[in-house]
Design a binder for this molecule. Structure first.
Ligand code: GDP
Ligand code: MG
Length: 441
């Protein structure tokens, strides 16, 4: 993926400006690249669409090539999709004893992850944990959990031969209550693929335990298959989160993106090895970086954006201190707002944030209005911009016509300028008292 994207963006880099066609061409390649990274087709398609809307019309940061800018936009959009609500890695384990149900296919890493998580809850959160293996199918599966329990110093439910999974779950619940445990973890059996028997068994266990957390453990290397697994388990059992294992391997983590998009459930942890401490809180930034593989460019763009913002802020502060605020200053402010309008697009992509994006739009802060206001300013002469008092009736008509708008629109803009100018003057005066200097640091 990384190589492929490098190729695309190199090509863009050599061009001066990023046209809509350039964005489209680049994103078509991004789509192919995402598919190669095991992102599912509909997810890749939706993602690219959202990024396209977002990228088109966005200003290119000074000293950054358009291609680099696109990398950053794709990267930020990836993070937004990967991010869930709430704190990453947080588990609902209040009201003891809190049951945690571990589900997934065989070999995905359920038993290993059960033990890793038990260790984490014990050591990091100071919880008393009881683990129980419900895997009556695979020989020695129960012993496997008992051995891990021994190794990490976490109790396991004594093994009773011949018990079915539901009976074991009931016994675990009773034992956890009597023994004063904070959490009990149910490690279920898996199949090589999803089947009816597996689902019925897990459903029965779920109904007995009413888990606070139902974690789906999936092999991060299985890519496309992992998505079907997630879809099925979420539909039948209802999962509260995902643990992606084998992220220490060289897979590209594309499964993370599709699972997040398909189930909407948070990815809570990633498994990074066979050892008991190889479990980490999921970090969207890291996975996004891995899917895209262009961390250097992203860092470069971030740095440039920071520098430019700091420079602009400083220039603005200096002018304010002198009580200056002309149409050029207003234009700069409007342009910054458009950059934030990019956030509106971002919000639209995040689950549950679509409504907020609408509100921003309704408040008249959408890009269209801002761009019209900028067009009006651009239609002014240099002199007029620096000195808005010059704007009398005939000039107003010319400017409005030049921007394809009405004089009333220009009047609104001028009113806004006056209000902001007054505000700036006030702030500028305060600045002489030292506050501005403070703010500039
Ligand atoms: P289960 O059938 O779902 O219970 O899977 P297991 O927990 O028994 O794991 C199957 C194999 O995967 C074992 O050899 C584990 O050591 C290995 N495994 C589990 N998680 C990880 C991981 O994050 N990274 C690596 N490299 N191996 C893992
Ligand atoms: Mg197992």
């Amino acid at each position: 993926l990384s190589e492929r994207l490098s190729g695309v963006f190199d090509r863009l880099t050599k061009q001066g400006a990023l046209s809509e066609d350039d964005v489209k061409t680049a994103l078509r390649e991004v789509r192919v690249a995402l598919l190669e990274a095991d992102v599912s087709l509909p997810v890749a398609r939706d993602f690219v669409k959202a990024v396209q809307d977002q990228a088109t019309g966005q200003a290119v940061t000074k000293s950054i090539t358009p291609g680099q800018q696109v990398v950053k936009i794709v990267h930020d959009a990836l993070i937004n999709v990967l991010k869930g609500e709430g704190e990453p890695g947080a588990l609902k384990v209040d009201n003891p004893p809190a049951p945690i149900l571990m589900v997934g296919l065989q070999g995905g890493g359920k038993t290993t992850t059960t033990a890793k998580l038990a260790k984490r809850l014990t050591e990091k959160d100071g919880k008393r944990v009881l683990m129980a293996s419900l895997d009556v199918n695979r020989p020695a599966a129960m012993e496997q959990l008992a051995i891990l329990g021994n190794q990490i110093g976490v109790d396991t439910l004594p093994i009773v031969k011949g018990e079915d999974p539901v009976a074991i779950a009931k016994r675990a619940k009773t034992q956890a209550g009597l023994g004063g445990y904070d959490v009990y973890m149910l490690d279920t059996a898996g199949r090589l693929s999803i089947d009816e028997e597996l689902m019925q068994q897990v459903e029965a266990v779920r109904d007995v335990a009413t888990p606070r957390e139902t974690l789906l453990v999936v092999d991060g290397l299985t890519g496309q298959d992992a998505v079907h697994t997630a879809e099925n388990f979420d539909e039948r059992i209802g999962i509260s989160g995902v643990v992606l294992t084998r992220m220490d391997g060289d897979g590209r983590g594309g499964a993370a993106l599709s699972m997040r998009a398909v189930t909407g459930k948070p990815i809570k942890f990633v498994g990074l090895g066979e050892k008991m401490d190889a479990l980490e809180t999921f970090e969207p930034e890291r996975i996004a970086g891995r899917i895209l593989g262009m961390g250097d460019i992203v860092a470069l763009v971030e740095k440039a954006q920071e520098t430019i913002q700091a420079e602009q802020a400083e220039r603005m502060m200096k002018r304010m201190a002198k009580g200056q605020f002309n149409m050029n200053d207003l234009k700069m402010q409007l342009e910054q707002m458009i950059q934030m309008g990019g956030m509106q697009g971002m919000m639209g992509m995040m689950p549950g944030m679509g409504k907020m994006a609408k509100q921003v739009e309704n408040a008249g802060l959408d890009d269209k209005v801002l761009k019209q206001q900028i067009a009006l300013i651009q239609s002014m002469t240099k002199k007029e911009r620096a000195n808005p008092q010059l704007l009398q009736a005939s000039r107003k008509k010319r400017i409005a016509r030049g921007a394809g708008m009405e004089v009333s629109d220009l009047n609104k803009l001028m009113k806004m300028h006056r209000q902001m100018s007054d505000m700036m003057k006030k702030m500028g005066k305060m600045g002489k008292g030292g506050m501005l200097k403070q703010a500039m640091k």
